[in-house]
Ligand binder design. Structure first.
Ligand SMILES: [Fe+2]
Ligand SMILES: [Fe+2]
Length: 292
C-alpha cells in the first residue's frame, strides 16, 4: 500500500445548521429512509462514547507509538461525531419527545451494560466489528449518495456524509488495535456479527417507532418505499460485508472512494461549504456546495 492510498485522519467540526421544521423528514421524498438515518443517529451519542471508552482502556496495552497516535485521533473524530449527532438529535427530540426519549433510554442502558459487564476483549471486538461495518456503510453511502440524499435537506445529508467520510478515514484503527492486543479471527467475527445485529435491531425499532408516530408504519405505499430503500442499501452492502469475513481481511485493502478524497479537499477550502452540500448535484464525481 502506498502512502497516497492512506487518508490522513483529520478532526473536523463542520458548522451544520439544522432546521427544526425539516428534521424528521429531512428527505421529503423519502420519509422512510429519513427515519432509518434518524434512528441510527439516535444511537451515536451512546455508541460512540462507548467506542471511545473502550479504545482509551486499550491504549495502556498498545506498545506502538504510531498506533497510540492513531488511537487518539480516532477518539477525537468519534467525539466530534457524537457531539454533532447530539445537536441534530435534539431537533428530533423537540419534535418527538416521548418516542425519542424512550429510544434513547434503551440505547443508554445497552451501552452502559456493555461497558460495565463485558470484558475489554469483547468490547474491542464489538468496536472493531462496528468499524468494519461502518467502512462498508461509508462506501455504500457514497456510492448511493444520489439515490439516498438527492434533493434532501443539505445540513442532514452533509452531516451523514461527513461522518462516513471520517469513518472511512479511520478504517484501520480499531482493527489494528484489536489485532495488536488479541489477534483472534473468531473474536473479530463474533464482534462483527454482534455489533451488526445489535445496531440493526435498535435501528429497526427506532425507525418503526418514528414511522408509527407519523402514521406511516401501516401505510402500504410507505412500507413498499421502505422495502425498496432497504433492498438497495443491502444489495450494495452485502458484498462489502462478505469481504470482512475473510481471515486475511485488513481494512487498508479497501481503496478510498474518489468522491471522499474530493470531499476532504472541499472541506479544506470551505468548512461551511462541506456543511451545506448541494443535494441536487450529488451525481457529480466531486462534492459541490450551495452558494453562501
Ligand atoms: Fe463515528
Ligand atoms: Fe468510527
Amino acid at each position: 500500500m502506498s502512502s497516497s492510498d492512506v487518508s490522513r485522519m483529520t478532526v473536523r467540526r463542520p458548522p451544520f445548521a439544522h432546521r427544526r421544521e425539516t428534521a424528521l423528514h429531512w428527505n421529503a421524498a423519502k420519509p422512510e429512509f429519513s427515519h432509518v438515518v434518524n434512528a441510527a443517529s439516535l444511537a451515536m451519542p451512546y455508541l460512540e462514547p462507548y467506542l471511545i471508552k473502550t479504545m482509551r482502556e486499550a491504549r495502556a496495552l498498545v506498545r506502538d507509538e504510531n498506533l497510540v497516535r492513531d488511537l487518539d485521533l480516532y477518539c477525537a473524530q468519534e467525539s466530534a461525531h457524537y457531539r454533532q449527532h447530539r445537536k441534530f438529535n435534539d431537533e428530533l427530540k423537540a419534535l418527538r419527545p416521548e418516542t425519542v426519549g424512550a429510544l434513547e433510554a434503551v440505547l443508554d442502558a445497552d451501552y452502559k451494560w456493555l461497558g460495565r459487564e463485558r470484558s475489554l476483549k469483547f468490547n474491542l471486538a464489538y468496536a472493531e466489528g462496528f468499524e468494519s461495518m461502518a467502512l462498508a456503510l461509508g462506501h455504500m453511502l457514497v456510492e448511493e449518495r444520489e439515490f439516498l440524499f438527492g434533493g434532501a435537506e443539505p445540513s442532514v445529508a452533509s452531516l451523514v456524509l461527513w461522518h462516513f467520510v471520517e469513518e472511512v478515514e479511520h478504517k484501520n484503527v480499531t482493527f489494528d488495535v484489536f489485532k495488536h492486543i488479541h489477534d483472534s479471527y473468531v473474536w473479530r467475527i463474533a464482534g462483527l456479527f454482534y455489533a451488526t445485529f445489535h445496531i440493526m435491531r435498535r435501528t429497526r425499532s427506532g425507525y418503526q417507532a418514528l414511522l408509527k408516530k407519523d402514521g406511516l408504519w401501516h401505510d402500504m405505499r410507505s412500507r413498499l418505499a421502505l422495502a425498496h430503500a432497504l433492498f438497495r442499501i443491502f444489495a450494495s452492502l452485502t458484498p462489502k460485508f462478505l469481504r470482512i469475513l475473510r481471515p486475511s481481511y485488513h481494512p487498508s485493502e479497501v481503496a478510498d472512494p474518489a468522491w471522499m478524497l474530493a470531499w476532504a479537499k472541499l472541506y479544506e477550502a470551505s468548512d461551511a461549504g462541506a456543511a451545506r452540500l448541494d443535494t441536487a448535484r450529488l451525481r457529480e464525481p466531486f462534492p459541490i456546495s450551495l452558494p453562501a
